[in-house]
Design a protein around this ligand. Structure first.
Ligand code: NDP
Length: 431
């Protein structure tokens, strides 16, 4: 059994990861949180204690770390005897943290694709630019590396695989739909790191159409979807990490990602973009200072973690899968609904962080128990999705399925399946 977890990063997602690791520390062992700003690690630890999240008495420690420093990261992994690293720092640190894991033998996880600060939207498939170049190194070292195990990417990859395995003979299309019907009450804010958020939308929108990459522009294609609980929501075709692995692994000809946006977000985004304020390329000011406009915008926007106390409403994220079963057209929607206020009450974060933070801890438990400790680099759709879905159901991130026969909790049959017993079940109202 692998034990002791090192969490890298101390933002909104790390807060959820820390609480969920604490709630399961009888299995996961010592918990260490390391980030650039030590005070943020301490604030998370205070929150874990304030909410009484520790399952059992144990180690919960903060560390200052520049995760771009491979040697320092290796030292910390060894000093803390961490066998599992959950990287929820900014996407710029992914490759240095992965390298430290390869050299120390610790299992690695992240929730977003690696990014070079000076490049946006590289050639598809994006995973081939950085991550998959380290596949052989992971295999040689026997290191389990699970890429993109947040919600999207992450759980939506597992949903796609589950639908293919259990509901279809042939799948023609997967539409991943991400709706946040919540409200944070601020003039403008992003739900996770503004820099990462804007970088997703400033360049080519790559989709997988008829077994080939298709380039579109942001906000070019609009579609309304009637989703469970959140109702009809407006989305736009968006480029996203998971398309770049699912297209290569699942054999499905059409895979698209649709993100919900309100008119206000689009207006502000367009103004910022057209003024050049979302550029990742440095500019020089009249006083001779070199600055990156996108970093300035990030600095003046609300810290996403600060939105949580006032956030109301729900998210609904899922996969609409279409194909054929027994010669007949078939369709399922596999999805999760998450409540901002319930997330805040439980772990002090909003639902976007909650949906991203629970899956890596569920995966850590599966690695600890040997179920997902595969000794190589994988994207989520390459793993059996059933244990993940069962584990998340137990942890409060419940999967549902809308199919011809109705709309039910999806309870997969698998070796680690656990009964639904989380308090949050009662707080979610469906239909
Ligand atoms: P935040 O910006 O709130 O947190 C990022 C953290 O990383 C901060 O604590 C930051 O430190 C730290 N960090 C940045 N650079 C370094 C470094 N060099 N060394 C050590 N720590 C560093 O982001 P979120 O918590 O919202 O998101 C975390 C990750 O999760 C991101 O990669 C994001 O893209 C991903 N994500 C994935 C989702 C999914 O569903 N798959 C959904 C939402 C997010 P400091 O505080 O000093 O800046």
């Amino acid at each position: 059994m692998k034990r002791n977890v090192l969490i890298i990063g101390a933002g909104g997602v790390a807060q959820v990861v820390a609480h969920k690791c604490a709630q399961n520390n009888a299995v996961l062992g010592d918990i260490h949180i390391a980030s650039r700003t030590l005070a943020k690690c301490h604030a998370i630890i205070d929150s874990v204690h304030a909410k009484g999240s520790m399952q059992t008495k144990g180690v919960l420690q903060a560390h200052a770390l520049d995760a771009l420093d491979v040697e320092a990261t290796k030292f910390l992994i060894r000093a803390t005897h961490s066998q599992i690293v959950i990287n929820v720092g900014s996407p710029f640190v992914n490759m240095s943290v992965l390298q430290a894991c390869i050299e120390t033998g610790a299992a690695y996880m992240d929730t977003a694709i690696h990014e070079d600060p000076l490049k946006v939207c590289e050639a598809p498939p994006w995973y081939a630019n950085y991550e998959w170049k380290r596949r052989e190194a992971c295999k040689a070292a026997g290191v389990t590396a699970i890429l993109g195990i947040g919600f999207d990417p992450g759980v939506v990859n597992a949903y796609a695989r589950y639908a293919i395995d259990h509901h279809f003979d042939q799948v023609d299309s997967i539409d991943i739909i991400d709706i946040n019907a919540g409200s944070h009450g601020r003039y403008f804010a992003t739900n996770f790191d503004p820099e990462t958020n804007f970088r997703e939308f400033t360049s080519t929108v790559w989709s997988w159409e008829n077994n080939a990459w298709k380039a579109n522009q942001m906000f070019e294609h609009r579609k309304d979807w009637d989703m469970p609980v959140t109702g009809v929501g407006t989305t736009y075709l968006t480029g996203h990490d998971e398309l770049h692995s699912m297209s290569q692994h699942l054999g499905v000809p059409n895979i698209r990602f649709w993100m919900g946006f309100g008119e206000h977000y689009i207006n502000v985004f367009n103004v910022l973009k057209n003024l050049g304020l979302l550029s990742e390329q440095p500019v020089r000011t009249a006083r001779g200072q070199e600055i990156v406009p996108l970093e300035v915008v990030k600095a003046v926007l609300p810290d996403p973690a600060s939105l949580a106390p006032d956030y109301t409403g729900k998210t609904c994220i899922g996969d609409l899968v279409k194909g054929t079963k027994d010669g007949q057209p078939a369709e399922v929607l596999i999805y999760n609904v998450c409540d901002h206020e319930a997330s805040y009450q439980e772990v002090g974060s909003q639902a976007i962080s909650y949906t991203a933070g629970v899956p890596p801890v569920a995966a850590a438990l599966l690695i600890a128990e040997g179920v997902w400790d595969v000794g190589g680099m994988v994207n989520v759709e390459e793993l059996d999705p059933a244990p993940l879905i069962a584990q998340m159901n137990r942890m409060g991130l419940v999967t549902r399925i809308r199919h011809a026969a109705g709309d039910d909790v999806l309870e997969p049959i698998c070796p680690v399946a656990a009964p639904l017993g989380d308090d949050r079940q009662g707080e979610l109202k469906y239909g």
